[in-house]
Design a protein around this ligand. Structure first.
Ligand SMILES: [Zn+2]
Length: 201
């Protein structure tokens, strides 16, 4: 028997949605500057915003994950700190780029259980939550294995959002590049279009 679950938003969207936030094919990936599939939906948020579970389920995985749909990628660094929850309807849900994680494997969560806080870990330039819903309980990502979260989450009127995220868009990326633990083999000068605001995320 298929279970019908009620889904709720993990955070309330506050900032304008741009092309790069959407599920599907991205013309210019926010770190890689090339065409790439985006298997989730990105919600830009203030750093440290509480993230809630979108449905009832069980935590199956937490911690840092640098893998992407193309495997481990030292450049992109993937989801960063993430939580994976197996929702009671059999779908696996991934919450990425977190700054803090409050749950552990085996924990049961419900709608609105606070599971962590938004951050900018992994392949991320501005603080945002990557929310990914997989059709079933699989480790595989990519458009074949996921659904557009907007098809599952309650309807939300994005046209009413007028706030732009104002933090210097590349601040987080520069911070990573200039840190002693820079995970990439390139520096600030190697990134093209760094003045172009269209490449914010
Ligand atoms: Zn994303």
């Amino acid at each position: 028997m298929e279970i019908e679950l009620s889904y709720t938003w993990p955070i309330i969207p506050k900032y304008k949605v741009c092309e790069h936030d959407k599920y599907g094919i991205r013309q210019n990936h926010y770190v890689l500057f090339k065409q790439r599939a985006h298997s989730g939906f990105d919600i830009t948020a203030d750093y440290g915003t509480e993230v809630k579970s979108i449905a009832r389920g069980k935590v199956i995985c937490t911690g840092f994950d640098g893998t992407t749909s193309e495997g481990l990628d030292q450049f992109n660094m993937g989801y960063g700190n993430r939580i994976e929850i197996l929702n009671d309807d059999g779908r696996r849900c991934v919450y990425g780029h977190l700054s803090e994680i409050f749950v552990k494997d085996g924990d049961y969560v419900d709608n609105n259980t606070v599971i962590g806080k938004t951050g900018c870990t992994g392949g991320s330039r501005v603080p945002h939550l990557h929310i990914e819903i997989r059709k079933e309980n699989t480790e595989k990502t990519g458009l074949d294995y996921t659904i557009n979260p907007l098809e599952i989450l309650p309807e939300f009127d994005f046209s009413k959002l007028t706030l732009e995220f104002t933090e210097e868009p590349y601040a987080q990326l520069w911070k990573k590049m200039n840190s002693p633990t820079n995970p990439w083999e390139f520096s600030e000068g190697d990134v093209w279009y760094r003045e172009n605001k269209e490449y914010i995320r």
